[in-house]
Design a protein around this ligand. Sequence first.
Ligand code: NAD
Length: 491
Amino acid sequence: MGSEVEKKAVFDMEAAKVVVKELRESFAAGKTKSYEWRVSQLKAILKMMEENEPQIIAALREDLSKPELESSIYEIAMLKNTCKLALKEMKHWILPEKAKTSLTTFPSSAEIVSEPFGVVLVISAWNYPFLLSLDPVVGAIAAGNAIVLKPSEIAPASSSLLAKLVETYMDSSCIKVVEGGVTETSALLEQKWDKIFYTGNGRIARIVMAAAAKHLTPVVLELGGKSPVIVDSDINLQVATRRIIAGKWGCNNGQACISPDYVVTTKDYAPKLVDSFKRELERFYGKNPLESKDLSRIVNSNHFARLSKLLDEDKVSGKIVHGGERDKTNLKISPTILLDVPQDSLIMNEEIFGPLLPFILVDKVEDSFDVVNSTGTKPLAAYLFTNDKKLKEKFVATVSAGGLVVNDTTVHLAVHTLPFGGVGESGMGAYHGKFSFDAFSHKKAVLYRGFAADAFVRYPPYTNGKLRLLRALVNGGLLDIIRALFGWSKA
Ligand code: NAD
């Protein structure tokens, strides 16, 4: 009995093979391609989220002490919105898109047909375990794929609830959850997938991409990076401060991919900005933020130790101007501001992914762009607070990032008409709204011709006259075509 249980618990290469085979059979049978199947599965996710909100909130509390408001809005309501949008728009998304044709193929018509890739793997991260798992799954379903979802083992209560709910509510012949960590994910990555959608850090992304390369599998990599916030002096200070706090500590206590990572402001303005942060942070989280119910905890002791190391570095530890309190037992770190941090410090050379916010000081606000660009990597998001039109223009023109927001933080995530994804080190590919459908669809080019107007010029024997006419046809100049047809030379 014991060995049977153990056997079942091991998810190895053989088990992965079996899962993929079953999904391939379902896909080949055309199950996932029907519009009705896609609708039924999207409705199932909606129902699953509606009927299990308390359980989901409890799992998130267990894994992260995530405040109920954040769970309810950022994990559940946002996911439901994604489903509702797909249910409303999918009938348009799946239609072939008419394409123009050229004289070269006249007469002809053309269209772009969105076809599902086939069997896809979604690997997700721990910080928003429901949203980051199921948001891509919605896109994959809408596009007609069979799916394996691998949630993060770092949020075990959420992972196990997800596995249970997906099995109960969804078509398990086409959508499966595989739980586990490195061993299980490695077994999955050995298989041939038609697309891999990975959310997490850049180090593992390289492992994922290398595994995908073996089978020439395309990937979407949703990664992170150091997302800067540039703060000008000509602003509404209170609104700016609150919006930075909401994006930093109000998003899983800084453990979010688009959380502000560091602030760049001028030496002159910094004292005013820091004072404003102190005021608003106390207003939001009280005098003892370690006790606040409105802040998530650090996910585990490894991450707690990593963040502590960033704070304890010699050149940084004296720079704390607010917060810095830690509770190792309960994995809590209070909102912490560090002023005038050297750029060669550890904290400025890795993604913080926690409640620490260093400030970098410059002489003029225009110098901020150089600070951001000097990191040599492109962040997932970049933020600017200003009323200066020229500065906004320069920001958009010179800062390369997955997405930019002027005068707010993180909220671009909720705009489904904008693609969400990184560039360079922050990732490749994008999703949200129709971009999710596109991320999981192959855009098949289809050209239709009849048998009329069979152009003799394509066929041998090749002559100079045919060459002239073909050249004119390919170049598309009407006058040249007439000239070639009548054998007139250009001179
Ligand atoms: P994580 O530890 O949960 O890892 C992500 C996934 O990789 C998990 O499913 C995990 O099981 C898998 N994994 C771990 N080791 C592996 C290995 N050796 N081989 C194969 N798979 C393996 O999450 P994380 O990486 O700590 O997440 C934080 C990072 O993710 C940050 O950099 C953050 O910015 C980024 N992130 C990005 C987004 C986005 O949407 N762009 C969202 C959330 C997090």
